[in-house]
Design a protein around this ligand. Structure first.
Ligand code: ME8
Length: 594
């Protein structure tokens, strides 16, 4: 028996035609899914486990700046949680199946696995060059992943959520995505031929019609709405949460989750049907479970999963993935952290425009920490940002070399700190009540630095890293202002009162630097290490719990007071000379962005 379904969308009618052949069992009751999500929230309350992921990246082309950005964001959150004493798992990796990869391997004249291994290694090399401290690097061609996908498929199948049908509609191989007619527009290809493209990505789409397996996505519309309405933090920032809600108020047709093997060989066969290959997005999304230990050992990690993704793959993560998970009776991700895109010269990076930024090359030019700092300081999750080499050089010179590096240099230079120690704080020079040598602005600075860890924590939690860095940078400026205001180099160390004041100024400045160095560890791990080592701060004194700014001012002991500084290993961050910055114009590259 056949049941035709017609889907109408914003004026475009009846283009998706789905013929249902089999109906195995009724859709499981809604309350079942709700209870699993509710349990997950409950379980998480006092949990010290944290699990963060990046998208797994397609291996059809070399890594580009956007890939590094996602990885740096996730790495920053992972490192931050470790500093807070969490047990954190951080996964990244490569997405290696699907038509797009099959075609790229063919074009390269390589067998698909050899091709994938080569590009996957490039991603790994980039990530290790940029200190991306993942704890698991997954490739979807691994056996452990295949087993997880097969199990996951079987669970959905056994629950009657997958059925054999036939799909007719638009498909974009570049995006590996099915599109509604309203998402498709007209365009001309490079030869002037009329083609259809995805309005969102600009990639070419083709009409496809084939027998395959369908997932009952439509059955989950109201549960997805309930989840999003009940968890306003589930998709962040807010504008993306709203975008998902909007999509969910439109049609939600069932989703094709396999392709005919004759068209797509490079993928995991459907269990029990060798004529069909599992749709690459279902395959890819399950990677997050594979890493967590699915199907047997995922409980510790799965209920605390957080995904960092770009805005381009929001629908897959905030609609398809939660629906699959609800179907499988698994908890939903705690948060989907979405970020916007990097453009170059105001345009999307693309091979044809020749404006693809090679992140490895840039991290060699600007150092790994330099690129990390730039991406996190300038990248705004809510809106697209434009990349230029000039901006990188200017920002790094101003904030890492001059402001932070200059402050460290001043306070540790033998001229001002001849004993090379963390000098004493004198409460009479800087009393809690006014009356010493400190002025109003100095109290304001102390107050700002005291509050800084809480401010940074708030922004790290919501992945507004640029706001955390803005706050740190403002405090660094205040500390530089403090030193500048009191010109300690003009004071006379032979006068004991002056000496106590000079020492107090340096003590406070080093305390500020210790706070900045500690808070910056997730952003610029090498530079922070250099800074903290120079201050003589031991590795076990670098956690969030050890922050405790200016204990002496609070009337407590300071473990650093009187301690010898660490050895001088040179400038904190070398200035980039303007002529270097000039040379760093975007080059044409052979590598592709999409
Ligand atoms: O979509 N700016 O892989 P992908 C910032 N394999 N980030 C960008 C970016 C840009 N211009 N371009 C890409 C896939 N990204 C799938 C994912 S997950 C189960 C499967 C980042 O290689 C961003 O995170 O096309 C985006 O979502 C991701 O790379 C897409 O990488």
């Amino acid at each position: 028996m056949r049941f035709p379904f017609l889907f109408a969308t914003r004026g475009c009618r009846a283009v998706y035609r789905l013929h249902q052949k089999q109906f195995l069992s009724p859709v499981p009751p809604l309350w079942k899914h709700r209870s699993s999500a509710a349990v997950s929230t409950q379980l998480c309350k006092d949990d010290r486990s944290y699990y963060i992921t990046t998208p797994i990246f397609y291996v059809n082309a070399s890594p580009h700046l956007g890939h590094l950005y996602s990885a740096v964001l996730a790495d920053c959150l992972h490192r931050y949680k470790l500093l807070q004493g969490f047990n954190s798992k951080f996964a990244t990796g490569t997405d290696e199946h699907g038509l797009k990869i099959q075609q790229a391997a063919e074009a390269a004249g390589k067998d698909p696995l050899t091709f994938c291994t080569g590009v996957s290694k490039q991603f790994r090399h980039l990530f290790s060059s940029c200190n991306i401290s993942y704890t698991d690097y997954i490739r979807t061609t691994e056996q452990r992943h295949r087993e997880a996908v097969e199990d996951f498929w079987s669970v959905l199948w056994n629950k009657g959520l997958i059925y054999k049908g036939s799909y007719e509609g638009w498909y974009s191989t570049q995006d590996e995505s099915f599109l509604m007619p309203s998402q498709v527009g007209d365009a001309l290809d490079s030869l002037g031929k009329e083609i259809k493209v995805s309005l969102e990505s600009g990639h070419k789409v083709e009409w496809m019609k084939e027998e395959n397996y369908m997932f009952r996505l439509s059955a989950f519309q109201s549960q997805l709405l309930d989840w999003l309405k009940g968890n306003p933090q589930a998709v962040q920032p807010e504008r993306f949460h709203q975008a998902v809600l909007k999509w969910l108020h439109e049609d939600l047709p069932d989703l094709s989750v396999s392709r005919q093997r004759s068209r797509l060989q490079w993928g995991i066969p459907v269990p029990g049907d060798d004529e069909q290959t599992i749709y690459v997005w279902l395959d890819a999304l399950v990677n997050y479970l594979t890493v967590a230990g699915y199907p047997d050992k995922h409980n510790q990690w799965w209920h605390v999963a957080r995904h960092v993704i770009g805005k381009d793959i929001l629908k897959f993560h905030a609609i398809y993935w939660p629906a699959f998970l609800l179907g499988a009776g698994l908890p939903l991700p705690k948060v989907i952290h979405v970020h916007s895109h990097w453009t170059v010269g105001g345009k999307k990076m693309s091979k044809s425009l020749g404006n693809v930024v090679d992140p490895l090359e840039r991290s060699q030019m600007f150092t790994a920490d330099g690129m990390r700092y730039f991406l996190l300081r300038q990248g705004v999750p809510d809106s697209d940002c434009d990349y230029t080499d000039d901006k990188v050089a200017k920002l790094l010179n101003a904030e890492l070399a001059d402001s932070l590096g200059g402050l460290l240099n001043r306070c540790t230079a033998p001229a001002l700190n001849p004993a090379q120690v963390y000098p004493s704080f004198c409460p009479q020079s800087f009393p809690r009540a006014h009356g010493g040598r400190a002025v109003r602005e100095d109290y304001h600075m102390l107050d700002a630095v005291k509050k800084l860890p809480a401010v940074v924590e708030k922004h790290y939690e919501t992945m507004h890293i640029y706001k955390a860095l803005e706050a740190i940078s403002a405090c660094v400026r205040l500390t530089n202002g403090f030193v500048q205001r009191h010109t300690p180099w003009k004071l006379d160390r032979k006068n004991s009162e002056d000496e106590r004041w000079v020492d107090t100024i340096i003590h406070i400045s080093l305390e500020c630097l210790r706070i900045y160095g500690t808070l910056l560890q997730p952003i610029v791990p090498e530079t922070s290490n250099k800074l903290l080592s120079r201050l003589g701060v031991q590795p076990h004194e670098r956690s969030w719990a050890a922050l405790n700014f200016l204990a002496r001012y609070q009337g407590m002991d300071c473990p650093f007071e009187g301690r010898a500084l660490g050895s001088d290993s040179g400038v904190l961050f070398s200035r980039l000379e303007p002529h270097n910055a000039d040379k760093q114009k975007p080059k044409k590259t052979k590598k592709s962005a999409n």
